[in-house]
Design a protein around this ligand. Structure first.
Ligand code: KIV
Length: 263
């Protein structure tokens, strides 16, 4: 796969209707190094890192500093894959702050940024600064109250989501994540916009799919029910670690030099 060029945001937008897009999250150097070899379209340094890498109970615990740190690690490992940096909660309250935060993520190595919701002034300001933006509709973990519930189940809610996605599309987003949305509503959104949609728990009719990589790899004990883990890294790690510990304990205890008693 040597020599593959990084897809630009424009390339990715143009892939709608051509082929499906595959995006996975990555948060660190070794994962980025490994995933860079498999031909993903996008690596998302998601703010899900707060929950799945750092052990917080919400993405709201993630700061811009943390995102920069992890984007830098991923950019050190990925040289062929488009990297999108997630804008964390509190980093895009108004257009000026949004541009400064987006610039910080690009300086850390992201090719584009993602933000949650139809915040059109923020999206337009970031685009005016020359930074491509990925939209995100449906479940918005940074502001979700009362748990992660399926969105777009009523006609009215589906209409709202379609309207938000159309606004993001018209503003110029190069792709739009649809998270935890009823499959029929996700299909309506996908049909209504020119940008490719990338779904997670949103049915099979989106233009692409994204998963949180730790869920796909079986690294955490309780993955969400919609993910079919394709590996069991947790078992592999525990197996390797306990084998190591058993081997170390099976060898003779290290002989420490006797201290000569003081005269
Ligand atoms: O933060 C994240 O990983 C995300 C994906 C679930 C799309 O936003």
């Amino acid at each position: 796969m040597g020599g593959r060029l990084i897809l630009t945001a424009r390339d990715i937008r143009a892939l709608k209707g051509e082929r499906r897009l595959a995006m996975l999250t990555a948060y660190d150097y070794p994962t980025a190094l490994a995933l860079d070899q498999v031909g993903l379209d996008v690596m998302l340094v998601g703010d899900s890192l707060g929950e799945v890498e750092l052990g917080y109970d919400s993405t709201r615990a993630v700061s811009l500093d943390m995102m920069e740190h992890h984007v830098r690690a991923v950019a050190n490992g990925a040289t062929r894959t488009h990297i999108t940096g997630d804008m964390p909660a509190g980093s895009y309250g108004d257009p000026r702050q949004a541009v400064a935060s987006a610039m910080a993520l690009v300086a850390a190595g992201a090719h584009s940024v993602k933000l949650e919701g139809a915040l059109i002034p923020q999206v337009e300001a970031i685009l005016d600064a020359g930074i491509p933006v990925m939209g995100h509709v449906g479940l918005l973990p940074q502001t979700a109250e009362g748990g992660y519930r399926k969105q777009g189940k009523t006609m009215q809610d589906a209409d709202r989501l379609v309207a938000e996605a159309i606004a993001l599309d018209r503003a110029g987003c190069f792709a739009i994540v649809i998270e935890c949305v009823d499959a029929d509503a996700a299909r309506r959104i996908t049909d209504a916009v020119d940008a490719p949609t990338i779904g997670i728990a949103a049915g099979i009719d989106c233009d692409g799919q994204v998963l949180v990589s730790t869920d796909l790899f079986g690294l955490l004990p309780d993955p969400p029910p919609f993910v079919e883990a394709r590996a069991n890294l947790r078992d592999l790690m525990q197996g390797a670690a306990s084998e190591f510990a058993a081997e170390v304990r099976a060898t003779a205890a290290p002989r420490l030099p006797r201290r000569t008693p003081a005269p």
